[in-house]
Structure formats: C-alpha cells, structure tokens
Design a protein around this ligand. Structure first.
Ligand code: HEM
Length: 67
C-alpha cells in the first residue's frame, strides 16, 4: 500500500477536499494542512498528478461514495 485506503473517505474529508486532492495533489501537498500531514504520515511518498479531466475526477468522487 502506498497511500491511504479510500473506503469511507467521506467520513473524514469533504467531497470538495477529495476533488481538490484528485485534481491538484501537488498544490494540496504544498498548501493544505491535512494533505501535508498525510505526506508526513506516508513517509513523503508524493501522490502524483494524474492529469484527469474535471469530468473524470467528478466520476471518481462519486465512485468513492460506493466503497
Ligand atoms: C485517480 C487516482 C487517485 C485517486 C482518486 C487518489 C485519491 C486520494 C485521496 C482522496 C487521498 C487523501 C486520502 C485521505 O484523506 O485519507 C490520497 C492521498 C494519497 N495518495 Fe492518492 N489518489 C490517486 C492516485 C494515487 C497514486 C497513483 C499514488 C501513488 C503513486 C497515490 C498516493 C497517495 C499518497 C501517498 C497519499 C497520501 C498523501 C501523500 O503522501 O502524498 N495516489 N489519494
């Protein structure tokens, strides 16, 4: 496992936050306090930007609700 398991992610994060993490992980890891803490927790393993479209990201945000 590289990153956090995403089941139940909305118990701890808002859909907007997750959307930002999917679309702009680089910016989040630099500026968002929660993302910065996760980076530390996961031994500085950087979540890479997958260059997804907003539409794809939205579909993933919805999918994560079903886990
Ligand atoms: C479309 C694909 C991906 C989605 C939807 C996604 C989603 C997320 C979300 C929502 C978080 C925050 C989890 C939380 O708050 O508990 C997260 C964190 C993280 N993800 Fe991803 N992720 C993706 C791809 C990747 C890839 C490809 C990697 C590694 C190669 C990765 C590595 C990480 C790591 C290590 C973290 C913790 C923050 C950090 O250390 O950078 N993710 N991811």
């Amino acid at each position: 496992m590289i990153g956090p398991a995403l089941k139940g992610v909305y118990d701890r994060r808002s859909p907007e936050w997750v959307m930002n993490m999917i679309l702009n992980p680089d910016g989040m890891l630099k500026e968002d306090p929660i993302a910065k803490a996760l980076l530390k927790e996961y031994n500085n393993a950087v979540m890479l930007n997958q260059n997804l479209s907003e539409e794809d990201a939205r579909a993933i945000v919805e999918y994560l609700r079903t886990l």
